[in-house]
Design a protein around this ligand. Sequence first.
Ligand SMILES: C[S@@+](CC[C@H](N)C(=O)[O-])C[C@H]1O[C@@H](n2cnc3c(N)ncnc32)[C@H](O)[C@@H]1O
Length: 308
Amino acid sequence: MASENFNQLLNVFWLRPETALWRYLDIEAMRDFQFIGRSLDFGCGDGLFSFIRAGGEFDPLFDAFQKTANLDRFYEKVDVFDAYDDSYAPLVAKKPDYQITVGFDHKPNLLKKAAGLGLYAETVVGDGNEPLSFADNSFDTIFSNIVYWLNDPESVMAELCRILRPSGQLCLMLPNVTLPDYSFFNRLFVQTKDPAWSWLDELDRGRLSDNIKQAASDEQWREIFGSAGLKVRRHTNHLSKHIIQAWDIGFRPMFPAFLKAVEAIPDDRLADVKSEWVESLKRFAVPFAATEIHDNPTNAFHCYVLSK
Ligand SMILES: C[S@@+](CC[C@H](N)C(=O)[O-])C[C@H]1O[C@@H](n2cnc3c(N)ncnc32)[C@H](O)[C@@H]1O
């Protein structure tokens, strides 16, 4: 039996089940973290992850692919989800169990998608690489899964520490030093320069190659936390090697073609087709997720809860 979070993720990311798998294991890793008081989702994107994590549920027909753009440039590392118009309608079936005060991201289109979820009291557009527009000591809880996408994690953490209240908690997902070895693109092409594997660049689409720059051991992250004025309250490692390797390929190569195929399904057949698809996914995704090796130091990501 899948948890309701996982059911929701598989339904929303049905054409990209590897995303559902990763995000489900993120939810498990941050299980003990609670958004309380004045809270910030730093790099919330379209908000779907935090909505589902908060116990929100969608109508089965809703998915993450309602508004996409530039699908013809998918293999050129373009963010195809960075699109919005007024027809975007997240079909909320159950409201989330809690609200988050502020959703912050640098992409206005994603924030407009997030704003319709009833999860964030406010959305704020801003660049996480710049000094933040929030006052000192202004948040009780902060979550972020984007620090490793930014140019200088040290200065970002100093900023997050500045805006966190003395009694507050900060939850961060950060890549482990093992991650580079789990990327097919990095291990087979970047490290070997073997042209036979150059095509993996189209599969990587800049993901692991960018994040890998920030991959660091627990000791290295603790040093950065120390200089930002942050103390580690809890630390676990999640996303086992075999899970990351399955995610690294997933349904990604076929995504633009899958979307076109879905668009060609008549409206009165879509619910049936999707339901069968999601049930088939569950047969594999649920037992596969259960093979995650919990808190193994070689897992690909760290989950930290920090305070100042
Ligand atoms: C890995 S996604 C995480 C989204 C969401 N928090 C989640 O867990 O699903 C990375 C997010 O970081 C945002 N992002 C990347 N660079 C940023 C920047 N410089 N400033 C603010 N947000 C940024 C992207 O727009 C995207 O929404």
